[in-house]
Design a protein around this ligand. Structure first.
Ligand code: S3P
Length: 443
């Protein structure tokens, strides 16, 4: 892992066509469902980032055979269930990985100890452990269910669970545990979150019943489901595509196309918001791939973007994208108001605090609220974004990439620490941006 920082420097226009790396959410799920299933699962387009590789390794420790067959091509021989791991399961930086794996593991009569890196060991696991405990799993861990913790599963009873926060990870953990619960499970989602687990469970042969009752989604997984290995084509990750696309919008003269981006409407809130701001963002060639819509997105330099109020109910569809939206907002005219985003504080870092601090270090006016932030675009005062900040990322990949993008369009270079963490979700980010004409170098 690189120890030096990275620095992005303002330069010429960005131009070209690239592919986004495979979607992180779908990549994790393909590994976990493949390991739970009976028979062979083949995956193409897997995100080979550190997070997903940690999940692949975890699946080996629960008994699956997991092998790489080529770039992005993987084969998983599922055993139809999990066996007890013989050592601690280290999920690295991956909240999605550990939370979904704990849900899946809870269904089996085994004992497993989970840990992760410094960031993951600081993140709340109680949100997953509470429903799992109600189903009959037991656990012993640090204060507030922080990792490392040991989980004992098996003999689960069914559960009817209303999500206390908009979290696809919690929903997915309950559904995966529900595969082996007496009586099945029902998850009620007051706010719809990404539905990749539901879709993929169906692709593996499970019956998932989704009903909309007065705008509230009820997701039911009847008891006695069997998963059978299948083929998964992983679409491009909209959360990663966001970085070169926003760069295209804010670097003068640019035109950037990202191909094969997943367009699941529970993930595309950022693109909607950017279009509302007046961004020249065009989606074309929309097609279907492995049960998801994908398309190509072209971003052209958009000097006339205006600040907007982002509807709080859109938050689950763009929760990982607020840091890069905040960067786009810095180049717009007037304030962009983001509320209902308290969940950002419990991601890989406190992303509200770090986005606000990073932008302020680059000369942007930001007001932080407990569950929101407002970025005042510098165009209002008719001056360019200064840049020049040294940004502390606390090992958060999205904070790192967002500020590197800012540095390409600002007046002065921007430096970030801990660039090695970018590989958790976007291996090759710096090379891809250089290929488009961006300037990123060791600081
Ligand atoms: C994810 C869900 C989101 C998101 C994370 C991936 C998933 O987390 O932030 O990067 O794959 O289910 P929450 O479910 O905690 O909101």
């Amino acid at each position: 892992m690189t120890t030096a920082g990275l620095k992005s420097t303002p330069g010429g226009a960005l131009r070209g066509t690239v592919r986004a790396p495979g979607d992180k959410s779908i990549s994790h799920r393909s590994m976990i469902l493949g390991a739970l299933a009976t028979g062979t699962t083949t995956v193409e387009g897997l995100l080979e980032g550190a997070d997903v590789l940690a999940t692949a390794q975890a699946m080996r420790s629960f008994g699956a055979r997991v092998e790489q067959e080529g770039v992005g091509r993987w084969r998983i021989e599922g055993q139809g269930g999990f066996v007890e791991p013989s050592d601690v399961v280290d999920c690295g930086n991956a909240g999605t990985g550990v939370r979904l794996i704990m849900g899946a593991a809870a269904g089996f009569p085994l004992c497993a100890t989970f840990t992760g890196d410094n960031s993951l060991r600081g993140r709340p696991m109680g949100r997953v452990l509470d429903p799992l405990a109600r189903m009959g799993a037991t656990w012993l861990g640090r204060d507030k269910g922080r990792l490392p913790l040991t989980l004992k599963g098996g003999n689960l009873r069914g559960l009817n669970y209303t999500l206390p926060m908009a979290s696809a990870q919690v929903k997915s953990a309950v559904l995966l545990a529900g595969l082996h619960a007496e009586g099945g499970v029902e998850v009620i989602e007051p706010e719809a979150t990404r539905d990749h687990t539901e879709r993929m469970l169906r692709a593996f042969g499970a019956e998932v019943i989704v009903e909309d009752k007065d705008g509230v989604r009820h997701i039911r997984l009847p008891a006695g489901q069997k998963l059978t290995g299948t083929h998964v084509a992983v679409p491009g990750d909209p959360s990663s595509a966001a970085f070169p696309l926003v760069a295209g919008l804010i670097v003068p003269g640019s035109e950037v196309t990202v191909e094969g981006v997943m367009l699941n409407e529970l993930r595309t809130g950022l693109f909607t918001t950017l279009q509302e701001m007046g961004a020249d963002l065009v989606i074309s060639n929309v097609r279907e791939s492995s049960g998801e819509q994908v398309g190509d997105i072209t971003a052209r330099y958009s000097p006339d973007m205006k600040g907007v109020v982002v509807p709080p109910e859109r938050a689950p569809a763009m929760i990982d994208e607020y840091p890069i939206l905040a960067v786009a907002a810095a180049f717009a005219e007037g304030p962009t108001v983001m509320r209902g985003i308290g969940e950002m504080r419990v991601k890989e870092s406190d992303r509200i605090a770090l986005t606000a601090a990073g932008l302020k270090a680059c000369g942007v006016t930001v007001e932080e609220e407990p569950e929101g932030m407002t970025v005042v675009g510098t165009k209002r005062a008719n001056h360019p974004v200064r840049g020049g900040g040294k940004v502390v990322t606390h090992g958060d990949h999205r904070i790192a990439m967002s500020h590197l993008i800012l540095g390409m369009a600002a007046q002065e270079p921007v430096e970030i620490d801990e660039p090695g963490m970018i590989a958790t979700s976007f291996p090759g980010f710096a090379d891809l941006m250089r290929g488009l004409g961006g300037s990123i170098a060791e600081a």
